[in-house]
Design a protein around this ligand. Structure first.
Ligand code: ACO
Length: 434
C-alpha cells in the first residue's frame, strides 16, 4: 500500500498518481488531468469549503464527530475550568501557556493598551444614537488602521506583535463604548487595577460609583464564556481574517472584515437570533408548534446545528453549567424553560437526530448575556471580544506560512459566451438579473 491516490481520467483513459499527505491530496495534483493540450487541467469544485483544507494549522483541533475541541492541544474543558481568558489568549497567540513571569508581562502589556485615542471617542460619538453596537465595533476597529499606520508593515515581527496587543486590549473598550453609546450613557474609561473581564464589566455597567464592584462569580462566568469563544479553527470569520490578511492588509482592517463575517445570523449573530426566537415562542406550551413549523421548512431552530460538530458542541455543555451558576446570582432567565424544552424535544425528534443537529455554543450564551443585563444587540459583540485572540492567532500563522499566497479561488464560469456590444437604441427588453 502506498500513500497515493491513483485516478483515471475517463476522458482520455490516462491514469495519474497524487500523493496523499496528512489525509489530503493537493487540489493542484488534479491539474495533470487534461482533456486536451490547451485544457487548463482538472479543478475541484467545493462551494462553501465543504471538503477542502485551506491551511496547515497548529492552533485549534476539533473532532466534530466526537465533540472534541482543543486549543494548542489543551482540552477546552480543562481551560474553561482552570485558565483565564488572558492566559488562554497567550496560549493561542504564542503557542504555550505562559509562565508566571510571562503572564504578568502579558497582562501588563494588554492592560496598558486599553485606552483609545480621544479622536476615536469623537468618531464613536458621531454614530446615530441607536447605532447597532456590532456595526460600530466593525467600523471603529477598521478606523484604528488610520491611527496606527505602522501596522501595514506586516512582515515585521515586532510591529505585528504591537498590533496584536493593541487589538486584544482595545476591542473590549470599543465594545463597551458601543454599548454605552447605544444606551445614551457616558463612556467609561478603562481601570488599570481591574482584570480583563472585570475592567470590561466596569466599562459597561459603572455609573456614579467611584469604583465598580464586580460580583466574582459573574466575572468568572464571563472568563469562561471568553475562553470558550476564543478560537474555533477555520470558521467563516477566521477564514475571512486569513483571506484579507493574505493580501498583506493590516490586522485592523483584516479583523474588521472578520468581525463583519461574525455578525451574520448563521455565525456569531446566532445568539442574538436565538433570543429573538425564544421571545417569539414566548411560552413553553408553544414549543411543539414551533418545532413543527421548523420541520415544515419555516425557518431554522437557531442555536442548533453546526458545520463541523455532528455531536453535542462541547462548548454548549460547559455554557449550560455556567448558565446555572449565573442564574443563581441574577435569578433565572424566564426564557430558559423554553430553551430547555426546545432542546429536549429536538434531541428526541427524528428530524434533528437524523441530521445530527445538536445545540451549539450560541444556544445558551445569549441567555447568560441577557441575565447579565446586556441587550441582544450586544451578543455578537460579546463573541467578537474573545474571538479577537483567535483571529489574531490565525492571522499570525497565515502571514508567516511560506506556503500561503494571496487567497484566490477559481470559478466555473456559467455566463454568456463572447458577444458584441449593442447600442442602447438597438437593445430589446433586458432580462432581469437578480
Ligand atoms: N434548524 C433546522 N434545520 C436545520 C438546522 C437548524 N438549526 N441546521 C441545519 N438544518 C437542516 C438543513 O435544513 C438541512 O436539511 P436538509 O438536508 O433536509 O436540506 C440539514 O440540516 C443540513 O443543513 P446545512 O444548512 O446543509 O448545514 P450547514 O453545515 O451548511 O450549516 C449551520 C450549519 C449554518 C450552523 C446551520 O446548522 C444553521 O443554520 N444553524 C442555525 C444557525 C446557528 O445556530 N448558527 C451558529 C453556528 S455556531 C457559530 O457560528 C458559533
Amino acid at each position: 500500500m502506498t500513500d497515493t491516490l491513483t485516478f483515471t481520467d475517463g476522458r482520455t483513459g490516462t491514469t495519474f498518481d497524487a500523493p496523499i499527505e496528512d489525509g489530503t491530496v493537493r487540489a493542484t495534483a488534479l491539474r495533470q488531468a487534461r482533456a486536451s493540450d490547451d485544457d487548463f487541467g482538472l479543478m475541484t469544485y467545493d462551494p462553501a469549503f465543504m471538503n477542502t483544507a485551506s491551511v496547515r494549522s497548529a492552533i485549534t483541533f476539533i473532532d466534530g464527530d466526537k465533540g472534541i475541541l482543543r486549543y494548542r492541544g489543551y482540552p477546552i474543558e480543562q481551560l474553561a475550568e482552570r485558565s483565564t481568558y488572558l492566559e488562554t489568549a497567550h496560549l493561542l497567540i504564542f503557542g504555550e501557556l505562559p509562565t508566571q513571569e510571562e503572564l504578568a508581562h502579558w497582562a501588563h502589556d494588554v492592560t496598558h493598551h486599553t485606552f483609545l485615542h480621544e479622536n476615536v471617542k469623537r468618531l464613536m460619538e458621531g454614530f446615530r444614537y441607536d447605532a447597532h453596537p456590532m456595526g460600530m465595533l466593525i467600523s471603529v476597529v477598521a478606523a484604528l488602521s488610520t491611527f496606527y499606520p505602522e501596522a501595514s508593515k506586516v512582515d515585521d515581527r515586532e510591529v505585528r506583535m504591537r498590533q496584536v496587543v493593541r487589538l486584544i486590549a482595545k476591542v473590549p473598550t470599543i465594545a463597551a463604548w458601543s454599548f454605552r453609546h447605544n444606551q445614551g450613557l457616558p463612556y467609561v474609561y478603562p481601570e488599570n487595577e481591574l482584570g480583563f473581564t472585570a475592567n470590561f464589566l466596569s466599562m459597561i455597567f459603572r455609573m456614579a460609583e467611584p469604583r465598580y464592584c464586580v460580583e466574582p462569580a459573574l466575572e468568572r462566568a464571563l472568563e469562561v464564556l471568553f475562553i470558550l469563544h476564543a478560537d474555533h479553527e477555520q470558521n467563516c470569520s477566521a477564514n475571512v481574517m486569513r483571506s484579507i490578511g493574505s493580501s498583506k492588509a493590516d490586522p485592523y482592517v483584516s479583523l474588521a472584515g472578520a468581525a463583519a463575517a461574525l455578525y451574520g445570523p448563521l455565525h456569531g449573530g446566532a445568539n442574538e437570533a436565538v433570543l429573538r426566537m425564544l421571545a417569539e415562542i414566548g411560552d413553553v406550551r408553544r414549543v411543539p408548534e414551533f418545532i413543527s413549523s421548523v420541520k415544515a421548512g419555516h425557518g431554522r431552530l437557531m442555536g442548533f446545528g453546526h458545520r463541523v460538530y455532528k455531536n453535542y458542541d462541547p462548548r454548549a455543555r460547559i455554557i449550560k453549567q455556567t448558565a446555572d451558576e449565573v442564574f443563581e446570582i441574577t435569578g433565572r432567565n424566564p426564557l430558559l424553560d423554553i430553551a430547555l424544552e426546545l432542546e429536549k424535544i429536538a434531541l428526541e425528534d427524528d428530524y434533528f437526530v437524523s441530521r445530527r443537529l445538536y445545540p451549539n455554543v450560541d444556544f445558551y450564551s445569549g441567555l447568560i448575556y441577557q441575565a447579565l443585563g446586556l441587550p441582544t444587540a450586544m451578543f455578537p459583540v460579546m463573541f467578537a471580544i474573545p474571538r479577537t485572540a483567535g483571529w489574531l492567532a490565525q492571522w499570525l500563522e497565515g502571514v508567516q506560512d511560506p506556503e500561503q499566497k494571496i487567497a484566490r479561488p477559481r470559478q466555473i464560469y456559467m455566463g454568456s459566451d463572447e458577444r458584441d456590444f449593442v447600442a442602447i437604441e438597438d437593445r430589446g427588453r433586458a432580462a432581469t438579473v437578480a
